[in-house]
Design a protein around this ligand. Structure first.
Ligand code: AMP
Ligand code: MN
Ligand code: MN
Length: 321
């Protein structure tokens, strides 16, 4: 791990920005709040945490989450001494915050996406780590930073959610060891599990069932997909996180090899969430300028729903399918 002089840089920085990807998930928010509390407790400095879109309600329990600023609350002309990006595979996922990133004097990139394009002055990308939280834990240990109960809760949330509750193939001995170390610090696994997975709104569960009912199947049910239109989202007054997990539900069918969910985000613009059991769908998403992991990746496709489906299915067929 190459950390160069991160301690020095944090010490010298008067203002620090921590940012993560749009539509933040548990790892994005867990790793952002973890870095915030690490800097607060080890350097006595208050950084600015920034999000580009809605924070799913389930993550309201994260320490310091109430201090997170929305992009419209932040002065865009500000020049930060240091920006730390976490769980951010590519800079375009910073949306309107890219300008703040570009202007910052020093840039740190802490991530675990194999497709990460290594932007920044200090790059700590571990493609085999379960989550950005796992990488941050190692950074903190390497630099001898104190990990408090608050920080441990944030990091545990990162690892728990990005491993799908310690079930996905990124659940390694290392991620379990780190999770155990966080439990030693004081994290209560059952409490975090309940907060993340048994705390959904009635509306979200009903919306997801409505969507799953519209699933389509191709290639002897090896491909399962569905399209969620704006009118569906409006009908249920759906928040951005309401669609999280639907692609996993489609993958849970025993015949499914690849699943994808297309969400309409503009006129002939769809956000694709893809999941797979064996084939490398990060490659499929990279073709559409997106990325992610071998079995969980995403991209944006500019086409009608019909064309987007055709183009995605074509790319899936080009893999070892
Ligand atoms: P999602 O389907 O949005 O849950 O994303 C699945 C995985 O792919 C996550 O690790 C995301 O960070 C990553 N991902 C999603 N969309 C993109 C994108 N446009 N570019 C790079 N990575 C992405
Ligand atoms: Mn993420
Ligand atoms: Mn992640």
């Amino acid at each position: 791990m190459k950390l160069d002089n991160l301690n020095d840089i944090i010490n010298k920085s008067k203002n620090i920005l921590i940012a993560t990807h749009i539509n933040p998930d548990g790892d994005a928010l867990g790793s952002m709040t973890a870095v915030y509390s690490l800097i607060l407790e080890n350097f006595k400095k208050k950084a600015t945490m920034l999000v580009l879109s809605h924070i799913p309600n389930v993550y309201n329990y994260l320490p310091h989450i109430k201090e997170v600023k929305f992009i419209d609350e932040v002065d865009k002309s500000m020049v930060y001494d240091l920006v730390i990006a976490v769980d951010l595979a590519a800079l375009d996922r910073l949306a309107d915050a890219q300008i703040l990133y570009e202007k910052a004097k020093f840039k740190v990139n802490i991530d675990h996406h194999k497709t990460n394009n290594k932007y920044g002055n200090i790059v700590v990308v571990e493609g085999d780590a379960s989550s950005a939280g796992e990488v941050i834990y190692k950074v903190a240990k390497d630099l001898d930073w104190k990990i408090s109960q608050d920080t441990a809760l944030c990091l545990y949330t990162s690892i728990l959610t990005d491993t799908g509750g310690f079930r996905f193939d990124n659940t390694s001995a290392q991620s379990l060891r780190i999770a155990a170390a966080l439990v030693d610090i004081g994290v209560k696994p059952v409490d975090v599990y309940k907060k993340c997975y048994e705390n959904k709104s009635k509306e979200l569960v009903l919306f997801q069932n409505y969507c799953v009912n519209k699933a389509q199947f191709l290639d002897d049910d090896k491909i399962a997909y569905l399209v969620i239109y704006k009118k569906d989202l409006d009908k249920f007054n759906a928040k951005s996180d309401y669609t999280d997990g639907i692609a996993e539900t489609l993958r849970s069918i025993h015949t499914t090899e690849v699943s994808f969910v297309l969400k309409e985000i503009g006129d002939k613009v769809f956000k694709a969430s893809m999941r797979s059991k064996h084939i490398d769908i990060a490659k499929v998403c990279e073709y559409f300028s997106g990325g992610g992991h071998k079995f969980a990746a995403g991209c944006t496709v500019k086409a009608s729903a019909e064309d987007a489906i055709k183009r995605i299915v074509n790319q899936i067929h080009l893999q070892d399918f």
